[in-house]
Design a binder for this molecule. Structure first.
Ligand code: HEM
Length: 318
């Protein structure tokens, strides 16, 4: 089983998360339209539709994601979650956020760091930079955390609930499209190891949002802020889409894993061999011959071939 495959959508158990068992009572509450969770779901539906239909997201869902763009997406997420989780830490005891404080279960800052290390190497922190659209998103998160902490829930909701929903589809698509290792490297962001049942956890999160002591006017401001958060995400997607258009060859890095990130001899890679063969050319045959002769198995195979051919020739002339 892959790490993170423990995320189930179907279970009805109580939430067992990081050793803690949350009571089922919390997740079985009857909802009303004035509940924040319901106001958010209804009030951001249009934004969600827009997000799902953004060209970048649609292409991603079809498996048309370039490695370079996926990496830049991870960078944008890294800055976004770093800002969000800094503000969450700052406000973890604030009564209008405290019930939503689930660092072990939700926080993504460290897993994104591991993904970036995988993609950019040991020196990843010096290889990345924050794009203009991400800077605007980050600035707003800090503004909210510092001066309107009652709205922080909107940012947490938009990202974490999305990651536990459509994010799981994206993980599978990315793994297949980019041929990332089944062991999860490069996809830590999508793996919530401390959440055993995403559906039940989301129910718990919704019931915690509904417990927040917020008046109707504040709840409406939270919904408006969530729509703003969706808009920031759309702007980051649009920016990634623009960068994609500037990349030279649309097929190169989709077809084979990028070897810049791997150790070892490229000629041993079956994708490399297949791609070179598809390109044709004598240099490829020559390179393959040389590669074969460098290995003892290749030498034995060649010697066997020579012996068989010599035997056939001798038999023919007898
Ligand atoms: C790839 C495209 C996407 C797909 C296929 C998708 C799919 C879904 C699905 C099926 C749910 C319902 C989960 C449930 O009822 O428990 C959901 C919920 C949600 N998604 Fe997405 N989503 C996508 C993109 C996004 C994006 C880009 C964001 C935000 C940046 C987002 C934010 C959310 C949020 C906040 C919820 C929770 C809604 C609620 O229950 O209140 N989604 N998504």
């Amino acid at each position: 089983m892959m790490p993170g495959e423990n995320i189930e959508e179907s279970g009805k158990d109580s939430v067992v998360s990081n050793g803690a068992v949350y009571e089922e009572r919390e997740v079985d509450d009857v909802l009303s339209p004035e509940d924040l969770s319901e106001m958010l779901a209804a009030g951001t539906k249009e934004s969600h539709d827009k997000a799902e239909n953004a060209p970048f997201v649609k292409d991603f869902l079809r498996g048309r994601i370039r490695r370079e763009i996926f990496k830049l997406g991870a960078v944008a997420l890294y800055y976004t979650y770093t800002a969000m989780e800094e503000e969450i830490e700052r406000n973890k005891d604030h009564p209008q956020f405290a019930p939503l404080y689930f660092p072990a279960e939700l926080h993504r800052h460290q897993s994104l760091g591991r993904d970036l290390q995988y993609f950019y190497g040991e020196d990843w922190e010096r290889s990345i930079s924050c794009s203009p659209a991400t800077q605007r998103y980050v600035a707003r998160i800090h503004e909210v955390g510092a001066s309107e902490p009652e709205l922080l829930v909107a940012h947490a909701y938009t990202r974490y609930m999305g990651d536990l929903s459509g994010g799981q589809v994206l993980r599978k698509v990315a793994q297949r499209a980019l041929k990332l290792p089944p062991t999860g490297e490069g996809l830590n962001f999508y793996l919530f190891d401390a959440i055993h049942n995403a559906k039940t956890f989301k129910q718990l999160y919704r019931s915690r949002m509904n417990e927040l002591d917020l008046d109707t006017a504040t709840k409406e401001r939270v919904v408006a802020e969530a729509n703003r958060a969706f808009q920031f995400n759309l702007e980051v997607f649009a920016e990634l889409e623009e960068v994609r258009k500037t990349l030279p060859d649309d097929s190169a890095d989709e077809a084979i894993p990028a070897h810049g990130d791997m150790q070892g001899d490229i000629s041993k890679c079956p994708y490399y061999a297949a791609k070179m063969a598809a390109c044709g050319g004598t240099s490829y045959a020559c390179q393959m011959g040389k590669a074969l002769l460098r290995h003892p198995t290749g030498q034995v195979m060649l010697a066997t071939w020579v012996a068989v051919v010599a035997g056939l020739v001798a038999w023919y002339f007898m």
